[in-house]
Design a protein around this ligand. Structure first.
Ligand SMILES: [Mg+2]
Length: 286
C-alpha cells in the first residue's frame, strides 16, 4: 500500500518536477542566450585575454618611446594641429588620453555585460570611484620614460570634472608621473570651453608647451572630428594625416567602444533600435 501510494505520489511529483525542470532549463537557456548576445563580449575578451592585444599595445608604446629622443632634439617637432607655427622655444610635453590608453577599464565592461546593462552612468561612476583600473600594457613605462627625459605628461580625458580625485588616485596607483605644480589632468568642462571636443584643451597645452607626441584610442584624441561624421568620413580624416601616424601620433586598439561605434549608430541609441540590428546594416560582404 505504502509502495503503491508512494509510486502514485512519485509519478505526480515527477511530472511536476519535470515541468519545473523544463521551465528552469528554458529560463536559464533564455538568460544565457541574452547574455551571450551582448555585443561587447567578444571585444572585451580580446582585450582581457589575448596575447595579440598585449603585443599590439606594447608595440604602440615601444614605437612612441623610440621616437621621443628624436622629437625632443628637433626644435621644430610639434604634433598638435592646434599649435600652428609656435612651440620651438617652449618646454616639451606629451598628451595622452586616459581611458583605454593608460587605464584599462575592461573590468567595467565585464561588469556591465554580466549585469546585462548598456552604459549606465552609475555603474561607470562606481568603477571610477574604486580607482583600481589596471594599466594598459606599456603605458606606465612610456610615461616614466618621458618624465625621466624632463617631458611633462598631460592627461586629456572626457571623464567629468568631478571625477578628478579618483582619477588621479588611480593614475598614481599604477605609477604614472603627475606634476604637482601645474594641473596636468585635464577633464571635461574643468574650464569654460573645455567641451567633449578635445581641440580646445590641446590648444591650451600647445600655447604653453611643445607637444612631442599624442597617444590615444580614438581619432578624436588627435584631431577634431565633426559630430555627424560617418565611418567613411572618419577614415578619410584619419588618412588625411597619414604622415603623423607612428610618427608623433600613436593609436591604440579599442574594439569595445569609441567614436567608430558612435559613427555606426549615427547617434541613435534609442531604445527601439537594437544596436546589433543597426550594426548588421554596416557589414561589408565584399
Ligand atoms: Mg580613450
Amino acid at each position: 500500500m505504502r509502495n503503491l501510494m508512494g509510486a502514485s505520489l512519485g509519478l505526480g511529483d515527477l511530472r511536476r518536477a519535470g515541468a519545473w525542470m523544463l521551465l528552469s532549463i528554458l529560463w536559464v537557456a533564455a538568460g544565457c542566450a541574452t547574455r551571450h548576445q551582448d555585443e561587447r563580449l567578444h571585444s572585451t575578451l580580446w582585450v582581457q585575454t589575448s596575447a595579440e592585444y598585449v603585443v599590439s599595445a606594447r608595440q604602440v608604446y615601444a614605437m612612441a618611446v623610440e621616437d621621443l629622443g628624436v622629437a625632443l632634439r628637433d626644435p621644430d617637432w610639434n604634433v598638435v594641429l592646434e599649435q600652428g607655427d609656435r612651440g620651438a622655444d617652449l618646454p616639451p610635453a606629451i598628451i595622452v588620453d586616459i581611458d583605454e590608453t593608460v587605464l584599462d577599464n575592461t573590468g567595467h565592461a565585464a561588469r556591465a555585460i554580466i549585469a546585462r546593462e548598456g552604459f549606465v552612468q552609475e555603474i561607470w561612476r562606481a568603477w571610477v570611484r574604486e580607482a583600481a583600473a589596471p594599466a594598459v600594457p606599456g603605458a606606465v613605462d612610456y610615461l616614466r620614460h618621458a618624465e625621466a627625459m624632463g617631458i611633462t605628461v598631460f592627461f586629456i580625458s572626457n571623464r567629468s570634472r568631478d571625477m578628478e580625485e579618483p582619477t588621479r588616485k588611480n593614475l598614481q596607483a599604477i605609477g604614472c608621473p603627475l606634476r604637482k605644480d601645474i594641473d596636468v589632468v585635464m577633464l571635461q568642462e574643468e574650464q569654460p570651453g573645455w567641451g567633449i571636443d578635445k581641440s580646445s584643451r590641446r590648444a591650451w597645452v600647445a600655447e604653453r608647451f611643445r607637444v612631442l607626441e599624442i597617444i590615444g584610442d580614438d581619432l578624436r584624441d588627435f584631431v577634431h572630428v565633426p559630430e555627424d561624421s560617418d565611418d567613411t568620413a572618419r577614415v578619410a580624416i584619419a588618412l588625411s594625416h597619414q604622415a603623423r601616424w607612428g610618427d608623433g601620433w600613436y593609436m591604440l586598439p579599442n574594439p569595445i567602444y569609441g567614436g567608430w561605434e558612435e559613427a555606426l549608430m549615427k547617434g541613435e541609441y534609442a531604445e527601439h533600435v537594437s544596436p546589433l540590428e543597426r550594426k548588421f546594416e554596416h557589414l561589408e560582404t565584399h
